[in-house]
Design a protein around this ligand. Sequence first.
Ligand code: TRP
Length: 338
Amino acid sequence: MSEKKTVLSCIQPTGHMHFGNYFGAVKNWVDLQHKYNCIYGVVDYHAMTMPYDPKKLINSSWELIYNLLAVGIKAENLFVQSLIPEHAELGWIFNNFAAMGRVENMTQFKDKSQQSKSGKEGFISVGLFDYPVLQAADILIYKADYVPVGDDQKQHLELTREIANRFNNQVNKEYFVLPETLFTETPKIKSTADPSRKMSKSAGEKHYINVFAEEDRLRKQIRSAVTDTGENKEGEMSEGVKNLFELVKASGHDNGSSYNSLQASYESGNLKYSELKEVTTEALLSLNKTFREKRAEIVQDKKEVKYQIKQSSAQIRQIAQNTLKEVKELCGLMNVKF
Ligand code: TRP
C-alpha cells in the first residue's frame, strides 16, 4: 500500500470552465497530484438533481473531461461517476445513516430548491434533497483522507463525517476514516463586468472568462473590465482593480515581476489602468494559449480519451467495489458472486 494520503474531489459537468473555477479549485487539484494519491470525479449523477437536458449531459461530461485533461489533470486520476454504480448503491445504504433533520438543514439545498421553485416547472426533486448523501458516498467509498473544497461545501463535509461516524457506531468498528477538508488559500476571482459578484456562469456570459476563450474575446473582456466605479473609499483599492491584480498574481505571470512593478506603481499613485489591463491580458493569454493547444491535441483523438477514461474508471472502480463489499458484509446484506 502506498503511504500517500488520498485526496478526493468531484466536479459537476456543467458548461464551461472559467478562470474563477481554474484559479479557485482546479489549479489546486493539478498541484495536489504531486503530493497525494488523487482521485477526481466527474459527477454526472449529481448533475441530474436540478432540471437538466438529457441530450446535453453526456456532451458536458466529455467537454469537462477534455478541459480537465488540458489543464493538467492526469487521466489515470479521473473517473466518471455513472461508470461506477457503487456510488449510488453506497448512497442508498447511507440514506439509512443520515439524519433527516440534518439533511433538511443543508443550505445548498435551500438555495437550490429556491432557484428551482422559481424556475419554469417549479419542480424540486428528491435527488436534490438527497444529494449530500450521495456526496458522502463519493468521498467515503475511496476512504479519502482529504477533500479539497470551498467554504460552500463545508456543511456537506460535516454531514459526511456524521454519516461515517454513525455507520462506525452501528457496526461497532472504526471502519470509515473521517475525512478532513483540505484548505488551501485560493483566490476568489470576481466577475470583470461586475466585480461585486464572483465570477460565475449562472450570472450570464459577460460574468465569466472562459479558460479556453478565443483570443479576441478574452482581450475584449479584459479591456472592458470595470476598474473604478468611483464608489470606493479614499485610499482603498477598488474591487475591480483588486480583481485584475488577483488575476495577474494567480497566473504566476513572469514569476511575479510585473505584478510587483504594477503594485509599486499603484502605491506611488502612478498606476495606469490600461497598463494593468495589458499585463492581465498577457498573463491570461499565456495560460489560455498553452491550454488551448493542449486541448486541441486531446480532442484530435477522442477515441483515445474514451479509452483512457474507461481504463481509469475501471481501475478506480476496484476500490469502490472493495469498499462496498466490506460495507455490505458489515451491514448484514447479502454478497453472492453470480
Ligand atoms: N457538491 C460539490 C459541488 O457542488 C460536488 C461534489 C459532488 C463533490 N461529490 C463530491 C465535491 C465529493 C467533493 C467531494 O461542488
